[in-house]
Design a protein. Structure first.
Length: 198
């Protein structure tokens, strides 16, 4: 069954999906109604064609400039740097933060071939230049693991040499090795509140 093998191979590429889950998902889709499958496919197509990175913060949005970036009620002086769009969602759920974001789309991971140039670090520096009069603090909220720490250190060094803004790192209390978006809202809120200057 060539088409079956192709489906399972595609599903296996999804994050967190192993060979067994790929087969289970494949079977589910095979048994689902045409309508359900079409709803899924059209949702994927719509997202691919209409969602893109915000021109300012690089979070995903259907707009040129996302809802958070264009909200005049947000503190324009605070800039929180995170690895992934789901980290923005996690911090927003914690409701303790009213500043802006910058999404890197990953962390520096030399073993996986991900260097600074693969991330939105150049865009962060350009933004710091363009918005230099506005930003007073950059909060480095990359994941509390080896890659996240290395990324935070790298960015802190770049910013220290070119800007006079305060640079801080989210506090520990965030479980080591954790993904930011898996951390519960209270812990995340404390981690942000207890941030320390780099
Ligand atoms: Zn934005």
């Amino acid at each position: 069954m060539k088409s079956w093998d192709r489906l399972v191979a595609s599903l296996k590429r999804l994050p967190g999906v192993g060979p067994r889950q790929a087969e289970r998902l494949g079977l589910y889709l095979l048994r689902a109604s045409d309508e359900e499958v079409e709803t899924l496919l059209s949702a994927v197509r719509d997202v691919k064609s209409s969602v893109r990175p915000c021109r300012r913060c690089f979070d995903f949005t259907e707009l040129e400039i996302c809802r958070i970036c264009s909200d005049p009620g947000r503190d324009q002086g605070l800039l929180c740097v995170v690895e992934e769009p789901q980290d923005v969602a996690a911090i927003e759920r914690s409701r303790g933060y009213k500043g802006l974001y910058h999404v890197l789309h990953g962390a520096i991971a030399p073993l996986d071939g991900i260097g600074p140039d693969s991330l939105r670090i150049r865009e962060l520096l350009e933004r710091m230049t363009a918005e230099s009069g506005m930003i007073s603090e950059v909060i480095l909220a990359t994941d509390p693991d080896a890659e996240g720490d290395a990324t935070a250190l790298y960015i802190a060094q770049l910013l220290k040499s070119r800007a006079t803004v305060k640079i801080s790192r989210i506090a520990h209390g965030v479980p080591l090795g954790g993904d930011l978006d898996y951390i519960d809202e209270r812990t995340l809120s404390h981690a942000l509140a207890g941030r320390r200057e780099f």
